[in-house]
Design a binder for this molecule. Sequence first.
Ligand code: IFM
Length: 443
Amino acid sequence: MDGTAFGPDFLWGASTAAFQIEGAAAEDGRTPSIWDRFSHTPGKVLNGDTGDVACDHYHRYPEDVALLADLGVGAYRFSVSWSRVLPQGTGAPNAAGLDFYDRLVDAVLAAGVEPWLCLHHWDLPASLYDRGGWGNREAADWFAGLAAVVARRLGDRVRHWFTFNEPNVMVWLGHVNGNHAPGLRDRQAALSAIHTINLAHGRAVGAIRANATDPMVGLIASLQPVQPAADDAAHRQAAQALDLFWNRAMVDPVMLGRYPSDLADMLGDRVRDGDLATIGQPIDAFGLNHYCRLYAVPDPGAPFGVGIGGAPDGTPVTGVGWQIDGTGLTEQLLRLKAEYPPVPIYITENGAAFPDLPDANGYVDDQDRVAFLTEYLGAAQRARDAGVDLRGYFVWSLMDNFEWELGYGTRFGIVRVDYDTLVRTPKASYQHLKEVIAALRGG
Ligand code: IFM
Protein backbone atom coordinates (compact mmCIF):
# COMPACT_ATOMS: atom_id res chain seq x y z
CA MET A 1 0.00 0.00 0.00
CA ASP A 2 1.24 3.47 -0.78
CA GLY A 3 0.59 5.11 2.54
CA THR A 4 3.31 7.71 2.53
CA ALA A 5 0.82 10.59 2.53
CA PHE A 6 -0.47 9.62 5.97
CA GLY A 7 2.76 10.68 7.62
CA PRO A 8 3.95 10.21 11.19
CA ASP A 9 1.20 12.29 12.84
CA PHE A 10 -1.71 10.31 11.47
CA LEU A 11 -3.52 8.48 14.28
CA TRP A 12 -3.95 4.73 13.97
CA GLY A 13 -6.48 2.98 16.15
CA ALA A 14 -8.67 -0.04 16.67
CA SER A 15 -12.32 -0.06 17.75
CA THR A 16 -14.59 -2.31 19.78
CA ALA A 17 -17.88 -1.93 21.66
CA ALA A 18 -18.91 -3.03 25.15
CA PHE A 19 -21.78 -5.35 24.32
CA GLN A 20 -19.88 -6.99 21.49
CA ILE A 21 -16.84 -8.02 23.55
CA GLU A 22 -17.27 -7.72 27.31
CA GLY A 23 -19.48 -10.65 28.34
CA ALA A 24 -19.83 -10.89 32.15
CA ALA A 25 -23.42 -9.96 31.50
CA ALA A 26 -24.71 -10.57 35.00
CA GLU A 27 -21.54 -9.91 36.94
CA ASP A 28 -20.69 -7.28 39.53
CA GLY A 29 -24.06 -5.59 39.44
CA ARG A 30 -24.60 -5.22 35.68
CA THR A 31 -28.26 -5.39 34.66
CA PRO A 32 -29.68 -6.38 31.24
CA SER A 33 -29.60 -4.05 28.27
CA ILE A 34 -32.05 -4.14 25.38
CA TRP A 35 -29.52 -6.32 23.54
CA ASP A 36 -29.49 -8.90 26.35
CA ARG A 37 -33.24 -9.01 26.16
CA PHE A 38 -33.34 -9.08 22.34
CA SER A 39 -30.65 -11.76 21.97
CA HIS A 40 -32.37 -13.95 24.55
CA THR A 41 -35.61 -13.75 22.55
CA PRO A 42 -35.81 -16.85 20.33
CA GLY A 43 -35.40 -16.12 16.62
CA LYS A 44 -33.86 -12.66 16.94
CA VAL A 45 -30.15 -13.53 16.64
CA LEU A 46 -28.62 -16.20 14.43
CA ASN A 47 -28.01 -19.49 16.28
CA GLY A 48 -29.48 -17.98 19.45
CA ASP A 49 -26.13 -16.28 20.23
CA THR A 50 -26.11 -13.84 23.15
CA GLY A 51 -23.66 -11.42 24.76
CA ASP A 52 -23.44 -13.45 27.98
CA VAL A 53 -19.78 -14.38 27.47
CA ALA A 54 -18.85 -12.71 24.17
CA CYS A 55 -15.02 -12.40 24.08
CA ASP A 56 -14.90 -12.31 27.89
CA HIS A 57 -13.05 -9.03 27.59
CA TYR A 58 -14.31 -8.11 31.07
CA HIS A 59 -11.84 -10.64 32.48
CA ARG A 60 -9.32 -10.88 29.65
CA TYR A 61 -8.81 -7.18 28.94
CA PRO A 62 -5.09 -7.30 29.83
CA GLU A 63 -4.54 -9.69 26.91
CA ASP A 64 -6.49 -7.40 24.59
CA VAL A 65 -4.55 -4.35 25.71
CA ALA A 66 -1.33 -6.26 25.02
CA LEU A 67 -2.58 -6.91 21.48
CA LEU A 68 -3.20 -3.19 21.00
CA ALA A 69 0.29 -2.35 22.22
CA ASP A 70 1.88 -4.92 19.93
CA LEU A 71 -0.16 -3.66 16.97
CA GLY A 72 1.36 -0.23 17.53
CA VAL A 73 -1.84 1.80 17.47
CA GLY A 74 -1.92 5.20 19.13
CA ALA A 75 -5.56 4.93 20.23
CA TYR A 76 -8.17 2.42 21.33
CA ARG A 77 -11.86 3.21 20.89
CA PHE A 78 -14.18 1.33 23.22
CA SER A 79 -17.60 1.97 24.70
CA VAL A 80 -19.02 1.72 28.19
CA SER A 81 -21.95 -0.45 29.15
CA TRP A 82 -24.57 1.90 30.57
CA SER A 83 -26.18 -0.84 32.66
CA ARG A 84 -22.81 -1.78 34.16
CA VAL A 85 -22.21 1.81 35.26
CA LEU A 86 -25.79 2.69 36.24
CA PRO A 87 -27.69 -0.57 36.82
CA GLN A 88 -31.04 1.22 37.02
CA GLY A 89 -30.14 3.50 34.10
CA THR A 90 -30.29 6.53 36.39
CA GLY A 91 -29.55 7.05 40.05
CA ALA A 92 -26.79 5.40 42.05
CA PRO A 93 -23.64 4.42 40.11
CA ASN A 94 -22.30 0.89 40.46
CA ALA A 95 -18.83 1.10 42.02
CA ALA A 96 -17.73 -2.25 40.57
CA GLY A 97 -18.79 -1.19 37.06
CA LEU A 98 -16.89 2.09 37.23
CA ASP A 99 -13.89 0.28 38.71
CA PHE A 100 -13.74 -1.96 35.64
CA TYR A 101 -13.46 1.00 33.26
CA ASP A 102 -10.97 2.62 35.61
CA ARG A 103 -8.73 -0.46 35.41
CA LEU A 104 -9.18 -0.64 31.64
CA VAL A 105 -8.26 3.00 31.10
CA ASP A 106 -5.19 2.68 33.30
CA ALA A 107 -4.08 -0.46 31.47
CA VAL A 108 -4.56 1.18 28.06
CA LEU A 109 -2.58 4.24 29.12
CA ALA A 110 0.16 2.11 30.66
CA ALA A 111 0.49 0.38 27.27
CA GLY A 112 1.18 3.75 25.63
CA VAL A 113 -2.22 3.87 23.92
CA GLU A 114 -4.77 6.72 24.25
CA PRO A 115 -8.25 5.64 25.40
CA TRP A 116 -11.01 7.01 23.11
CA LEU A 117 -14.25 6.52 24.97
CA CYS A 118 -17.66 6.27 23.36
CA LEU A 119 -20.52 6.60 25.83
CA HIS A 120 -23.15 4.65 23.95
CA HIS A 121 -22.89 1.87 21.42
CA TRP A 122 -26.49 0.61 21.23
CA ASP A 123 -26.91 -1.15 24.61
CA LEU A 124 -29.60 0.93 26.32
CA PRO A 125 -30.47 -0.44 29.80
CA ALA A 126 -33.63 -2.54 29.53
CA SER A 127 -35.02 -0.71 32.57
CA LEU A 128 -34.87 2.55 30.61
CA TYR A 129 -36.57 0.97 27.60
CA ASP A 130 -39.36 0.04 30.00
CA ARG A 131 -39.64 3.73 30.89
CA GLY A 132 -40.14 4.63 27.24
CA GLY A 133 -36.58 4.38 25.92
CA TRP A 134 -35.60 6.89 23.25
CA GLY A 135 -39.30 7.59 22.73
CA ASN A 136 -39.30 9.40 26.06
CA ARG A 137 -37.83 12.89 25.89
CA GLU A 138 -36.50 12.43 29.43
CA ALA A 139 -33.98 9.97 27.98
CA ALA A 140 -31.87 13.00 26.97
CA ASP A 141 -31.41 13.79 30.66
CA TRP A 142 -30.80 10.15 31.56
CA PHE A 143 -28.00 10.07 29.02
CA ALA A 144 -26.50 13.35 30.26
CA GLY A 145 -26.51 11.74 33.71
CA LEU A 146 -24.46 8.82 32.40
CA ALA A 147 -22.06 11.23 30.70
CA ALA A 148 -21.54 13.17 33.92
CA VAL A 149 -20.90 10.04 36.02
CA VAL A 150 -18.39 8.59 33.55
CA ALA A 151 -16.66 11.91 32.90
CA ARG A 152 -16.31 12.60 36.63
CA ARG A 153 -14.65 9.24 37.16
CA LEU A 154 -12.46 8.99 34.04
CA GLY A 155 -12.20 12.56 32.79
CA ASP A 156 -8.86 13.12 34.49
CA ARG A 157 -7.29 10.50 32.15
CA VAL A 158 -9.58 10.13 29.14
CA ARG A 159 -9.10 13.10 26.80
CA HIS A 160 -11.11 11.85 23.81
CA TRP A 161 -14.86 11.39 24.07
CA PHE A 162 -17.69 10.48 21.74
CA THR A 163 -21.34 10.62 22.75
CA PHE A 164 -22.99 8.07 20.44
CA ASN A 165 -21.79 5.47 18.01
CA GLU A 166 -23.95 5.44 14.87
CA PRO A 167 -27.17 6.87 16.32
CA ASN A 168 -28.52 6.80 12.76
CA VAL A 169 -28.08 3.02 12.57
CA MET A 170 -29.54 2.63 16.04
CA VAL A 171 -32.68 4.38 14.81
CA TRP A 172 -32.87 2.73 11.40
CA LEU A 173 -32.19 -0.88 12.37
CA GLY A 174 -33.80 -0.71 15.80
CA HIS A 175 -36.89 1.40 15.11
CA VAL A 176 -37.52 1.29 11.32
CA ASN A 177 -36.21 -2.05 10.10
CA GLY A 178 -36.71 -3.94 13.35
CA ASN A 179 -33.86 -6.43 12.96
CA HIS A 180 -31.92 -4.84 15.84
CA ALA A 181 -32.99 -4.20 19.43
CA PRO A 182 -35.51 -3.05 20.45
CA GLY A 183 -37.02 -4.56 17.29
CA LEU A 184 -39.51 -1.84 16.32
CA ARG A 185 -40.89 -1.00 12.88
CA ASP A 186 -42.69 2.15 13.85
CA ARG A 187 -42.60 5.53 12.11
CA GLN A 188 -43.60 7.60 15.15
CA ALA A 189 -41.18 5.76 17.47
CA ALA A 190 -38.38 6.34 14.95
CA LEU A 191 -39.12 10.07 14.69
CA SER A 192 -39.20 10.43 18.47
CA ALA A 193 -35.94 8.48 18.80
CA ILE A 194 -34.23 10.71 16.22
CA HIS A 195 -34.94 13.87 18.15
CA THR A 196 -34.43 12.50 21.66
CA ILE A 197 -31.07 10.96 20.73
CA ASN A 198 -29.95 14.18 19.06
CA LEU A 199 -30.95 16.12 22.18
CA ALA A 200 -29.19 13.52 24.34
CA HIS A 201 -26.02 14.07 22.31
CA GLY A 202 -26.19 17.83 22.95
CA ARG A 203 -26.86 17.44 26.67
CA ALA A 204 -24.02 14.93 26.99
CA VAL A 205 -21.57 17.27 25.22
CA GLY A 206 -22.29 19.80 27.97
CA ALA A 207 -21.95 17.19 30.73
CA ILE A 208 -18.60 15.93 29.40
CA ARG A 209 -17.21 19.45 29.06
CA ALA A 210 -18.34 20.24 32.61
CA ASN A 211 -16.74 17.16 34.16
CA ALA A 212 -13.67 16.13 32.15
CA THR A 213 -10.34 17.91 31.85
CA ASP A 214 -9.90 19.62 28.47
CA PRO A 215 -11.84 16.99 26.52
CA MET A 216 -12.13 16.49 22.78
CA VAL A 217 -15.83 15.74 22.28
CA GLY A 218 -17.42 14.36 19.14
CA LEU A 219 -20.13 12.30 17.50
CA ILE A 220 -19.73 9.14 15.42
CA ALA A 221 -22.09 8.41 12.53
CA SER A 222 -22.21 5.69 9.91
CA LEU A 223 -22.36 7.52 6.62
CA GLN A 224 -22.56 5.82 3.24
CA PRO A 225 -23.37 7.27 -0.19
CA VAL A 226 -26.92 6.25 -1.15
CA GLN A 227 -27.84 5.32 -4.69
CA PRO A 228 -31.10 4.20 -6.29
CA ALA A 229 -31.00 0.43 -6.89
CA ALA A 230 -32.58 1.06 -10.32
CA ASP A 231 -32.81 4.04 -12.63
CA ASP A 232 -36.44 5.11 -12.28
CA ALA A 233 -38.40 7.77 -10.43
CA ALA A 234 -39.56 5.48 -7.59
CA HIS A 235 -36.02 4.35 -6.86
CA ARG A 236 -34.67 7.89 -7.06
CA GLN A 237 -37.29 9.01 -4.54
CA ALA A 238 -36.41 6.06 -2.29
CA ALA A 239 -32.74 7.07 -2.46
CA GLN A 240 -33.61 10.61 -1.38
CA ALA A 241 -35.63 9.31 1.56
CA LEU A 242 -32.90 6.90 2.65
CA ASP A 243 -30.25 9.60 2.38
CA LEU A 244 -32.40 11.86 4.56
CA PHE A 245 -32.82 9.34 7.35
CA TRP A 246 -29.47 7.56 7.15
CA ASN A 247 -27.05 10.34 6.34
CA ARG A 248 -28.65 13.60 7.42
CA ALA A 249 -31.22 13.19 10.23
CA MET A 250 -28.59 12.94 12.94
CA VAL A 251 -25.71 14.83 11.37
CA ASP A 252 -27.32 18.02 10.01
CA PRO A 253 -28.70 19.09 13.43
CA VAL A 254 -25.33 18.47 15.11
CA MET A 255 -23.16 20.03 12.39
CA LEU A 256 -25.51 22.71 11.05
CA GLY A 257 -27.90 23.31 13.95
CA ARG A 258 -30.98 22.53 11.85
CA TYR A 259 -33.02 19.64 10.51
CA PRO A 260 -33.54 19.16 6.78
CA SER A 261 -36.90 20.85 6.13
CA ASP A 262 -38.79 17.64 5.18
CA LEU A 263 -37.73 16.06 8.43
CA ALA A 264 -38.48 19.17 10.49
CA ASP A 265 -42.08 18.93 9.23
CA MET A 266 -42.30 15.29 10.29
CA LEU A 267 -40.81 15.96 13.71
CA GLY A 268 -43.32 18.74 14.38
CA ASP A 269 -43.61 19.83 18.01
CA ARG A 270 -41.15 17.23 19.23
CA VAL A 271 -38.60 19.98 18.58
CA ARG A 272 -38.89 22.66 21.27
CA ASP A 273 -37.36 26.10 21.62
CA GLY A 274 -33.68 25.86 22.43
CA ASP A 275 -33.30 22.20 21.40
CA LEU A 276 -31.40 22.95 18.21
CA ALA A 277 -28.96 25.25 20.01
CA THR A 278 -28.22 22.41 22.45
CA ILE A 279 -27.85 19.85 19.68
CA GLY A 280 -25.82 22.08 17.39
CA GLN A 281 -23.23 23.30 19.88
CA PRO A 282 -19.73 22.98 18.41
CA ILE A 283 -17.96 19.64 18.63
CA ASP A 284 -14.23 19.04 18.35
CA ALA A 285 -14.16 15.97 16.11
CA PHE A 286 -16.35 13.95 13.81
CA GLY A 287 -16.11 10.16 13.73
CA LEU A 288 -16.98 8.61 10.38
CA ASN A 289 -17.83 4.92 10.23
CA HIS A 290 -17.90 3.72 6.65
CA TYR A 291 -18.38 0.33 5.02
CA CYS A 292 -20.15 0.42 1.64
CA ARG A 293 -22.56 2.27 -0.62
CA LEU A 294 -26.26 1.73 0.12
CA TYR A 295 -28.75 0.87 -2.64
CA ALA A 296 -32.24 2.17 -1.98
CA VAL A 297 -35.39 0.32 -3.03
CA PRO A 298 -39.00 1.48 -2.67
CA ASP A 299 -40.83 -0.50 0.04
CA PRO A 300 -44.40 0.74 0.43
CA GLY A 301 -44.95 -1.34 3.59
CA ALA A 302 -41.95 0.14 5.44
CA PRO A 303 -42.33 3.02 7.91
CA PHE A 304 -40.74 5.55 5.52
CA GLY A 305 -41.51 3.72 2.26
CA VAL A 306 -37.92 2.72 1.61
CA GLY A 307 -35.66 -0.28 2.20
CA ILE A 308 -32.03 -1.17 1.56
CA GLY A 309 -31.32 -3.55 -1.33
CA GLY A 310 -28.28 -5.68 -2.11
CA ALA A 311 -25.16 -4.70 -4.02
CA PRO A 312 -25.51 -4.69 -7.81
CA ASP A 313 -25.05 -8.14 -9.37
CA GLY A 314 -21.50 -9.00 -10.25
CA THR A 315 -19.83 -6.44 -7.99
CA PRO A 316 -17.31 -7.68 -5.40
CA VAL A 317 -18.76 -8.11 -1.92
CA THR A 318 -17.61 -9.11 1.57
CA GLY A 319 -18.80 -12.18 3.45
CA VAL A 320 -21.98 -10.33 4.47
CA GLY A 321 -22.72 -9.11 0.95
CA TRP A 322 -21.50 -5.56 1.45
CA GLN A 323 -20.08 -4.08 -1.71
CA ILE A 324 -16.30 -3.60 -1.78
CA ASP A 325 -15.74 -0.21 -3.35
CA GLY A 326 -13.30 2.24 -1.80
CA THR A 327 -14.57 5.07 -4.03
CA GLY A 328 -17.58 5.31 -1.70
CA LEU A 329 -15.28 6.25 1.17
CA THR A 330 -13.52 8.97 -0.82
CA GLU A 331 -16.91 10.30 -1.93
CA GLN A 332 -18.28 10.31 1.62
CA LEU A 333 -15.26 12.15 3.00
CA LEU A 334 -15.50 14.75 0.24
CA ARG A 335 -19.20 15.21 1.01
CA LEU A 336 -18.41 15.89 4.66
CA LYS A 337 -15.93 18.55 3.60
CA ALA A 338 -18.34 20.13 1.12
CA GLU A 339 -21.50 20.20 3.24
CA TYR A 340 -20.41 20.82 6.84
CA PRO A 341 -18.24 23.29 8.74
CA PRO A 342 -14.64 22.19 9.12
CA VAL A 343 -14.10 19.77 12.00
CA PRO A 344 -11.23 17.26 12.23
CA ILE A 345 -12.44 13.91 10.92
CA TYR A 346 -11.42 10.46 12.14
CA ILE A 347 -12.50 7.25 10.44
CA THR A 348 -13.66 5.52 13.61
CA GLU A 349 -14.72 2.27 11.91
CA ASN A 350 -13.87 0.54 8.69
CA GLY A 351 -13.31 -3.13 8.04
CA ALA A 352 -14.88 -6.25 6.62
CA ALA A 353 -16.33 -9.66 7.47
CA PHE A 354 -14.97 -12.62 5.55
CA PRO A 355 -15.38 -16.41 6.00
CA ASP A 356 -12.02 -16.66 7.83
CA LEU A 357 -11.04 -20.31 7.75
CA PRO A 358 -8.45 -20.99 10.49
CA ASP A 359 -5.63 -23.51 10.11
CA ALA A 360 -4.89 -26.14 12.77
CA ASN A 361 -3.25 -23.47 14.94
CA GLY A 362 -6.16 -21.04 14.70
CA TYR A 363 -4.26 -18.79 12.28
CA VAL A 364 -6.31 -17.07 9.56
CA ASP A 365 -4.50 -16.00 6.40
CA ASP A 366 -7.11 -13.36 5.56
CA GLN A 367 -5.64 -11.88 2.40
CA ASP A 368 -9.18 -10.81 1.41
CA ARG A 369 -9.27 -8.52 4.46
CA VAL A 370 -5.74 -7.26 3.73
CA ALA A 371 -6.86 -6.35 0.20
CA PHE A 372 -9.98 -4.64 1.57
CA LEU A 373 -7.96 -2.55 4.04
CA THR A 374 -5.46 -1.66 1.33
CA GLU A 375 -8.21 -0.45 -0.98
CA TYR A 376 -9.99 1.61 1.69
CA LEU A 377 -6.79 3.14 3.08
CA GLY A 378 -5.91 4.19 -0.46
CA ALA A 379 -9.36 5.75 -0.76
CA ALA A 380 -8.86 7.62 2.53
CA GLN A 381 -5.53 8.88 1.31
CA ARG A 382 -7.11 10.20 -1.90
CA ALA A 383 -9.58 12.22 0.18
CA ARG A 384 -6.70 13.68 2.20
CA ASP A 385 -4.94 14.58 -1.01
CA ALA A 386 -8.12 16.42 -2.01
CA GLY A 387 -8.01 18.50 1.18
CA VAL A 388 -10.16 16.54 3.63
CA ASP A 389 -8.99 17.11 7.20
CA LEU A 390 -8.74 13.40 7.99
CA ARG A 391 -6.63 12.81 11.08
CA GLY A 392 -6.91 9.11 11.83
CA TYR A 393 -8.14 5.62 10.98
CA PHE A 394 -9.55 3.03 13.41
CA VAL A 395 -10.03 -0.50 12.12
CA TRP A 396 -13.23 -2.39 12.92
CA SER A 397 -12.50 -4.45 14.76
CA LEU A 398 -9.63 -5.31 17.03
CA MET A 399 -11.08 -8.81 17.40
CA ASP A 400 -13.94 -11.00 16.27
CA ASN A 401 -17.01 -10.27 18.35
CA PHE A 402 -20.80 -10.42 18.66
CA GLU A 403 -22.03 -9.10 15.32
CA TRP A 404 -25.54 -8.16 16.50
CA GLU A 405 -28.31 -10.08 14.73
CA LEU A 406 -25.66 -12.22 13.01
CA GLY A 407 -24.14 -13.41 16.29
CA TYR A 408 -20.66 -14.94 16.34
CA GLY A 409 -20.65 -16.54 12.88
CA THR A 410 -19.73 -13.23 11.24
CA ARG A 411 -16.16 -12.16 11.92
CA PHE A 412 -14.85 -8.61 11.50
CA GLY A 413 -11.73 -8.92 13.65
CA ILE A 414 -8.07 -8.61 12.75
CA VAL A 415 -7.58 -11.00 15.67
CA ARG A 416 -9.41 -14.33 15.63
CA VAL A 417 -11.33 -15.33 18.75
CA ASP A 418 -11.96 -19.02 19.26
CA TYR A 419 -15.32 -18.92 21.01
CA ASP A 420 -14.81 -22.35 22.63
CA THR A 421 -11.49 -21.54 24.27
CA LEU A 422 -11.53 -17.71 24.01
CA VAL A 423 -7.97 -17.88 22.71
CA ARG A 424 -7.00 -14.85 20.60
CA THR A 425 -4.87 -15.38 17.48
CA PRO A 426 -3.75 -12.43 15.34
CA LYS A 427 -4.67 -12.86 11.66
CA ALA A 428 -2.59 -11.91 8.62
CA SER A 429 -4.47 -8.58 8.51
CA TYR A 430 -3.23 -7.74 12.02
CA GLN A 431 0.35 -8.37 10.94
CA HIS A 432 -0.22 -6.31 7.78
CA LEU A 433 -1.65 -3.35 9.69
CA LYS A 434 1.16 -3.57 12.21
CA GLU A 435 3.69 -3.28 9.38
CA VAL A 436 1.82 -0.38 7.75
CA ILE A 437 1.71 1.51 11.05
CA ALA A 438 5.35 0.83 11.84
CA ALA A 439 6.46 1.91 8.36
CA LEU A 440 4.46 5.13 8.38
CA ARG A 441 5.71 6.00 11.82
CA GLY A 442 9.20 5.37 10.60
CA GLY A 443 9.41 2.46 13.04
O1 IFM B 1 -20.26 -4.41 14.39
C1 IFM B 1 -20.75 -3.20 13.88
C2 IFM B 1 -20.52 -2.08 14.86
O2 IFM B 1 -21.06 -2.36 16.11
C3 IFM B 1 -21.15 -0.81 14.35
N1 IFM B 1 -20.72 -0.53 13.00
C4 IFM B 1 -20.78 -1.59 12.03
C5 IFM B 1 -20.10 -2.84 12.56
C6 IFM B 1 -20.19 -3.98 11.54
O3 IFM B 1 -21.51 -4.27 11.29
